[in-house]
Design a protein around this ligand. Structure first.
Ligand code: HEM
Length: 142
């Protein structure tokens, strides 16, 4: 069971990175060319959120599978700062990223002018990307 969920969690990460890359580059192009905010732009923002919420579900499934394993063998946690990282820091940072993405999406959809929509989208989803990346690469230093 865990290998499937871990594989799904890692795979959806890739889908998220592709989509957030499209969201950020299209926002920069939208600001430079001053073009109209399109349905495609709306959809890619929503897909970014959908992938983050999927990660929330698969992530907590992983968290509870690990917790169950630790109940069976409490020594697991003591052995490894890395496990503690995935179960504490990674999750806290990701919850922040999901909250900022959700708040951003609501604010963007309530904004009228295309130029301002692109500007806000660039700001919010760049912050989300920085938090998600830091929540993955910090693992290297554990
Ligand atoms: C609140 C949401 C999230 C929770 C609760 C969560 C939880 C977890 C847990 C518990 C692990 C450790 C799995 C293990 O090795 O035992 C993990 C690993 C991982 N998470 Fe998350 N995660 C969340 C969001 C995300 C997001 C948004 C991304 C990327 C877009 C992500 C990418 C990863 C990656 C790449 C790993 C390492 C997988 C591997 O070792 O192959 N997670 N996550």
């Amino acid at each position: 069971m865990k290998p499937f969920i871990l594989f799904s969690h890692a795979t959806i990460s890739l889908l998220f990175f592709v989509t957030v890359f499209v969201v950020i580059t299209k926002s920069i192009v939208g600001l430079i060319t001053k073009r109209q905010y399109s349905n495609f732009d709306k959809k890619t923002t929503v897909f970014c959120l959908i992938f983050l919420y999927c990660q929330f579900i698969f992530g907590f499934a992983l968290y509870f599978i690990n917790k169950k394993a630790e109940l069976i063998d409490p020594n697991i946690i003591n052995q490894n700062n890395l496990i503690r990282f995935w179960e504490v820091e990674h999750i806290i940072l990701m919850l922040f990223a999901i909250a900022i993405a959700q708040i951003g999406q609501v604010i963007i959809s309530n904004t009228k002018k295309s130029f301002t929509k692109y500007k806000k989208r660039l700001i919010y989803f760049s912050i989300v990307l920085i938090i998600v990346l830091s929540s993955l690469f910090l693992a290297k230093y554990k």
